[in-house]
Design a protein around this ligand. Structure first.
Ligand code: MTE
Length: 865
């Protein structure tokens, strides 16, 4: 049989250091017809670093922009669009192959690859360290097609039923490639495992918050030829790409992708399963009754090996009809071909795929194409490795199914259901098995069909990136997604109440006073600021001193309907205070005419941009990347000669629509640009990306998705504090004089503090002294550092800056830990004519207040932004 090695990169090229950068030219290969096996689709290795990745720890990894990011920008967890994945065919090109990275991609230089070291240790007679070179030269290389599937594939469906602890994967968390490398068994055998050895633990080079990524499989599986566990250095004939484990990874066929450790550094043979954090707290299906709270309270749930996932379960999905596909009945043919994929675990073969159009009462048998079997007929070398699938019966890959359905039948159905069965006669369940990590989701895949006039509309359960899908719709309509009827209400079934949204009563009990517009207008002054929320009138007079945003936050709203802003920015606690200020209900006609007047006003020729009573628009003109999660957003005001109009120490409100729900998000910010800057405003923002356990910051993520040219609404100024210069401060309308400022800030809390500090430092006549305690996690988190250091270096002793880091690296020579009592005692001693100004996370502000009061500071000397 002919071999393909002559056109390909192989182990002999190891003496040539450039081997890692060589790409396969697929047009050089024999055509698929010459060898009746599926060949990789045409592939273009991305060379450009995407803008979003610049400034992240992965700024060295070129990527394909088509991939759908599931956890914000970083870490990189992506799936391809389902249709694009399916259209690639049996093998997926590396640039579209799904990626699951728990953290940053290790940076590996080409020239270091030949010396990449893999150590084989633990219960072996012959512990050893193999170089990448050894691995390629000393062991038989094989090339086999293997599908990898993330255990979270289809998790968005679980999350729609009930939020799990994992992020939302759509149905494309899987891909297939031809992998080349040695069998893991051959390598383990040369290290001679001891008799009592039972497991092989693997460890990668990616350092994560809980140690290096690692997991284990059973030793006897690794040694079992039929399980095909291998190490790989090539994917579709190309050297591995950084996201997929370059230069070396494990590939464990038939098991969840989580076991296929990338950037492989260690194989440790042990008596017990891996004690790696990621082995224990990831990749498990806990019993369905275990809630997230129960799981976090009792560690036994996580250490019980019975709940660990190894083999994949049987699963199937329809790629066609696509999500939101429209079938025009006027032009459709007589039949429609539904198509999709199916896979099973542990080397089992998919033995049937069935389609139902009548809620599972009857089923039709789909045709299945086992492209993988083509490789069993091929005996030879491919990409420098032997294809030895002919020796195995195990199935390591997905198969494609298809079924021609009369369009008439689709027209008369409300949903298309798909289920597969494997050769162990295991089939997919009708109902979802929800579990705390949301893994192994495999209920029947359902595509809803709705007839709209002469068209059929198809809807998948969810979409990985977009809102919508039939599950969300059914839930919103009060359907119970677990009722065995896909959330569609059964006859006589009562609607399910949506998750209770806490409604807080903001009205005074027993108050029946009706007010009209005339009365409202008569009481709409700075002294008597009445305002309207949800048609109810409130008198803010009694809260002018107490409002955290300063009296202006209320007086500027006098006489307006402020429902949208009020409800978007106020906490439950604030809302609970409202009955005390409630004075009556505005009559309907007055309310309607009031609403008409409360709209955005803008006048191009105004010298000052900010208006306290109405929203005005500024345009995003530039985004500067400060670090992977921090940006400076530059906005253009209405004209070049306009100033923002923000007094020093005050803030402005920003309103941006949520990119998905379109609801208004409103937050208060202090810009970093100088207050007298003309025509522009610069905002320093740290983007809070979602992680597996934490939802991202709504506003910061919305800002991050703004395109250049997009407009945002602003209103202001707000705030109780203002610095007039020369030690003159206005607090809640009263002026006082200070000789020194003690400034305490955490993270982005630096922004309002920085405005005041800069004002003091830039005025050589201003005698005020400043001490800044700035708390951050890592050194790279310190914002405005250069400017802060420059203030200190002015050398007139006006300014002291102390940075403290809670997660400092070894080389950090500054203070360590959070802003503590000791640090406050040392630098924030109670003095006459001094003020402490504080801005940071709530917990920091709370503990600082307690410490400061204990040290003798008066409440009136503290100001929290
Ligand atoms: N290996 C390391 N070192 N670090 C990781 O984050 N993720 C695992 C596995 N191996 C991971 C890893 C998970 S959960 C999956 S699903 C697969 O890699 C994904 O492989 P891929 O990114 O090449 O598709």
């Amino acid at each position: 049989m002919a071999t393909l090695t002559e056109t390909l990169v192989d182990a002999d090229e190891l003496n040539d250091n450039s081997f890692q950068t060589k790409d396969i030219q697929f047009h050089d290969l024999p055509t698929p017809q010459e060898y009746d096996i599926p060949f990789p689709p045409p592939s273009v290795n991305p060379t450009e670093i995407l803008e979003v990745d610049k400034g992240t720890p992965d700024s060295h990894v070129p990527r394909d922009p088509r991939l759908i990011r599931l956890t914000g920008v970083h870490p990189f967890n992506v799936e391809p669009p389902l249709t694009a994945l399916y259209k690639e065919g049996f093998l997926t090109s590396p640039e579209l192959f799904y990626v699951r990275n728990h953290g940053p991609v290790p940076q590996v230089r080409d020239e270091d690859i030949p010396d990449w070291e893999l150590s084989i240790e633990g219960l072996v007679e012959n512990p050893m360290k193999l170089s990448f070179r050894d691995i390629l030269q000393k062991y038989v290389q094989i090339t086999n097609p293997i599908t990898l599937v993330c255990a979270g594939n289809r998790r968005k469906e679980q999350n729609t039923v009930r939020k799990s602890k994992g992020f939302s994967w759509g149905p494309a968390g899987l891909s297939t490639a031809l992998w080349t490398g040695p069998m893991m068994a051959d390598i383990l055998r040369s290290a001679k495992p001891l008799r009592r050895a039972k497991y092989v633990c693997m460890e990668g080079a990616d350092k994560l918050p809980n140690g290096y990524y690692g997991t284990s499989v059973k030793l006897n599986w690794a040694m079992d030829f039929n399980r095909g566990i291998m190490l790989a250095h090539k994917m579709n004939g190309e050297n591995l790409r950084p996201d997929h484990g370059r230069p070396l990874r494990a590939v464990v066929p038939g098991q969840i992708g989580g076991r296929s450790v990338k950037w492989l550094k260690k194989l440790i043979v042990t008596e017990t399963p891996s004690d790696n954090w990621y082995h224990i707290y990831d990749n498990r299906v806990l019993p369905t009754m275990v809630s997230p709270e129960m799981a976090s309270q009792d560690d036994n749930w996580w250490t019980d090996e019975r709940y660990a996932i190894y083999d994949l379960n049987v699963n199937s999905v329809a790629a066609f009809p696509e999500h939101e596909e429209i079938l025009d009945l006027a032009t459709a043919g007589l039949t429609y071909t539904a198509r999709g994929y199916a896979y099973a675990g542990g080397g089992r073969r998919i033995t049937r795929v069935e389609i139902s159009l009548d809620k599972g009462k009857s089923w039709r048998l789909a045709k299945i194409e086992y492209a993988e079997d083509k490789y069993r007929e091929f005996e030879g070398d491919l990409f420098g490795g032997k294809v030895d699938m002919w020796k195995r019966e195990s199935c390591f890959c997905w198969s494609f199914w298809s079924l021609q359905i009369p369009v008439f039948d689709l027209e008369n159905s409300s949903a298309l259901l798909v289920r597969a069965m494997d050769d162990g006669m295991m089939t997919q369940p009708r109902d979802m098995y929800w579990s705390v990590l949301g893994m192994m989701n495999n209920p029947w895949f359902r595509i809803a069909i709705t007839k709209e006039g002469n068209r059929l509309k198809f809807e998948h359960p969810t979409h990985p990136a977009k809102a919508g899908g039939w599950m969300e719709k059914a839930k919103k309509a009060g359907g119970d997604l677990t009722n065995g009827n896909w959330g569609e209400r059964l006859e006589g079934e009562a609607p399910v109440e949506l998750e209770p949204v806490k409604v807080i009563n903001m009205k005074k009990e027993g108050l029946n006073r009706m007010l009209d517009l005339q009365e409202l207008n008569a009481n709409s002054s700075a002294e008597k600021p009445w305002f309207v929320v949800n048609g109810e009138v409130y008198d803010g007079t009694g809260f002018l001193d107490g409002h955290p945003g300063g009296a202006i936050s209320i007086t500027s709203q006098a006489g307006l309907d402020v429902s949208e802003d009020f409800l978007a920015i106020h906490s439950e606690t604030a809302k609970l205070m409202m009955p005390d200020y409630h004075i009556g209900t505005l009559d309907k006609a007055s309310l309607e005419s009031l609403k008409k007047t409360s709209t955005t006003v803008s006048n191009d020729s105004r010298p000052t941009f900010l208006q306290s009573r109405s929203w005005t628009r500024m345009k995003l003109s530039k985004v500067k990347t400060v670090s992977w999660d921090t940006r400076i957003f530059v906005f253009d005001l209405e004209h070049e000669n306009q100033s923002l109009g923000l007094p020093i120490g005050q803030h402005l409100m920003i309103k941006v629509p949520d990119p998905t729900t379109k609801e208004a998000i409103i937050r208060s910010y202090t810009p970093i640009s100088e207050t007298n800057m003309q025509g522009k405003m610069e905002l320093l923002v740290k983007i809070y990306f979602p992680t597996e356990n934490i939802l991202g910051g709504k506003m910061t993520m919305a800002l991050d998705t703004l395109a250049i040219g997009a407009e945002i609404d602003c209103k202001g100024p707000t705030g109780r504090f203002e610095y007039l210069g020369n030690g003159r401060v206005i607090i809640s309308g009263k002026e006082r004089k200070v000789r020194s400022f003690k400034m305490i800030c955490g993270g982005t809390g630096i922004t309002p503090i920085f405005q005041v500090l800069r004002a003091v430092m830039q005025d050589p006549q201003d005698p005020t002294t400043c001490v800044v305690l700035d708390g951050n996690r890592l050194e790279e988190d310190i914002l405005c550092r250069a400017a802060l250091d420059a203030f200190v270096n002015i050398g007139n002793r006006k300014c002291t800056v102390v940075h403290t880091l809670s997660r400092a690296s070894e080389r950090w020579v500054g203070r360590r830990g959070r802003i503590s009592e000791d640090l406050i005692k040392e630098y924030v001693t109670c003095e006459e004519d001094s003020m402490v100004i504080i801005c940071g996370p709530e917990a920091m502000e709370k503990s600082a207040r307690k410490i400061l009061l204990e040290q003798g500071w008066a409440e009136s000397d503290l100001h929290f932004f």
